[in-house]
Design a binder for this molecule. Structure first.
Ligand code: PGA
Length: 245
């Protein structure tokens, strides 16, 4: 399966960061994987413009479940599609933990993303405590069951397995732990979507960098990465992209 490398800029990036988009655009010509960058809302429009005529695809980091209305400060999936975003990250653990997003909210947002024609990158992952209790697969399974909408297909859904304790910490699960969770996710996707579940891309996320990407990409059922910190500098991101053959 062709790998997908998605960069999540989180709350980073000013107009001057367009230089990074420009540099990434240059990389997509020869890349053997799909590359998505999800800058903050304020830069999406400019990034889409900048990425024009290249294979670099722009996404967002969140959306609201409703199409429009009295939701001060929110951005709808339709608004994102309107300015040319093609992907949206949903249920990132920072949103689950800091903004109280539960599976029901993530599901509603995924429905909205599909309604607007966006590809949803649904994030799942256990906390350190849940892993220590031996509940990683159970937790991920429940998040998956509860937040993947009806009508999901390999064309509109990507799953990102991001252990909460690996995000921004430099800690990475063992290869066996990654393969175990990804295999469980694959099985659940097949049960849910039939044969098409086999074609849904399952990304690993959490402290992916140029130095560990090749090993992670070599693991079974790892179809790419969701990258935070290391996506902010095109030079570092380039190292991850070139590991995805
Ligand atoms: P990190 O973040 O690569 O900085 O660990 C990953 C993410 O939050 O998606």
């Amino acid at each position: 399966m062709r790998k997908l490398i998605a960069g999540n800029w989180k709350m980073n990036g000013l107009i001057s960061s367009q230089a990074e988009i420009q540099a990434l655009k240059g990389l997509t010509g020869s890349a053997t994987c799909d590359i998505v960058v999800c800058p903050p809302f304020t830069l999406i429009d400019r990034a889409v413009e900048r990425a024009k005529d290249s294979k670099l695809v722009i996404g967002a980091q969140d959306c609201h479940a409703q199409r429009s209305g009295a939701h001060t400060g929110e951005i709808s999936a339709e608004m994102l599609a309107d300015i040319g975003a093609r992907y949206v990250i949903l249920g990132h653990s920072e949103r689950r933990v800091s903004y109280g997003e539960d599976d029901e909210i993530v599901l509603a947002k995924a429905v909205a993303a599909h309604r607007a024609g966006l590809i949803a990158i649904v994030c799942v992952g256990e906390t350190r405590h849940e892993r220590d209790e031996g509940r990683a697969i159970e937790v991920v399974g429940e998040q998956l069951r509860e937040s993947v909408p009806e009508g999901a297909t390999s064309a509109n859904l990507v799953i990102a397995y991001e252990p909460v304790w690996a995000i921004g910490t430099g800690l990475v699960p063992t290869n066996e732990q990654i393969e175990e969770v990804h295999a469980a996710i694959r099985q659940m996707l097949e049960e849910r979507l039939g044969r098409d579940g086999n074609s849904v891309r399952i990304l690993y996320g959490g402290s992916v960098k140029a130095s560990n990407a090749a090993v992670i990409f070599g693991l079974r059922n790892v179809d790419g990465a969701l990258v935070g910190g290391a996506s902010l500098k095109a030079s570092e991101f380039a190292g991850i992209i070139s590991a995805a053959v």
